[in-house]
Design a protein around this ligand. Sequence first.
Ligand code: GUN
Length: 292
Amino acid sequence: MQIIDGKQVAQRFRGELKKRIDILAGKGIVPGLSVILVGNDPASASYVKGKEKACLELGMHSDNLHLPQDLSQEKLISIIEEKNADPRIHGILVQLPLPSHINEEAVIMAIDYRKDVDGFHPVNIGRMVIGKETFLPCTPHGILVLLKSAGIPVAGSHVVVVGRSNIVGKPVANMLVQKNGLGNATVTVCHTGTKDLAHHTRQADIIIAAAGKAGMITADMVAEGAVVIDVGVNRVDDPTKKRGYRLVGDVDFDQVAPKTSFITPVPGGVGPMTITMLMSNTVESAERSIKE
Ligand code: GUN
């Protein structure tokens, strides 16, 4: 069993990104990312901090907006429109979930798809599905890069995805079926409506657990020698910790790990890759801005 060190892979990838950022600097361009957080969800605040830190470490321009919970949808959209028009901003990310009075779809649609570094705009999702160049969603792309870096063969493998969210399950399944260098897999997508989930997961060469349910993938659901990618980030109460909780994935790590050939930990697996792919999309957007 080998633990895939997402932090290390992310660090290597960021080293390559830094070179591209330096080339852009020579042309007078600093890639700029605007991260918009509405409200006070503690998990979202922590993700946003991580994105800001990565930007600054790479010498990128970080434009962070922390807006009140009761902000109107109209006001949010007008702020997005300002960022769409701002040439210093190459990427715009609105942290999800949004407060319930704001329509997520309307907000995503307001982002110029050429600055949609999350890859959530229907134009970018559509391009991804038909295999055209686009901004790939960050977590799915990070997973594919992680698999490649660990030398795990994806082409021809049977990948079972557990979860069908717009952020992870649906896009990662789509990317994996593409006939390209990172994909070409056979994909099964399981979800809350799946009958006998364990029957499916046991057939997998690679399991991608992205259901958002702590410890739901147990040892009996995993074939000997399978690869397990854990996308879950769940907070569970833990009075022994100073902050009162700890982070666990969707996989029961202690029980499952000994059966696997490769497994990602939580934290330190997929998480650092998500942020790295966001930086990569922002750099790519800045590069495109001089080509146009
Ligand atoms: N919330 C959880 N993951 C993500 C993400 O990748 N992007 C955005 N915008 N919000 C999220």
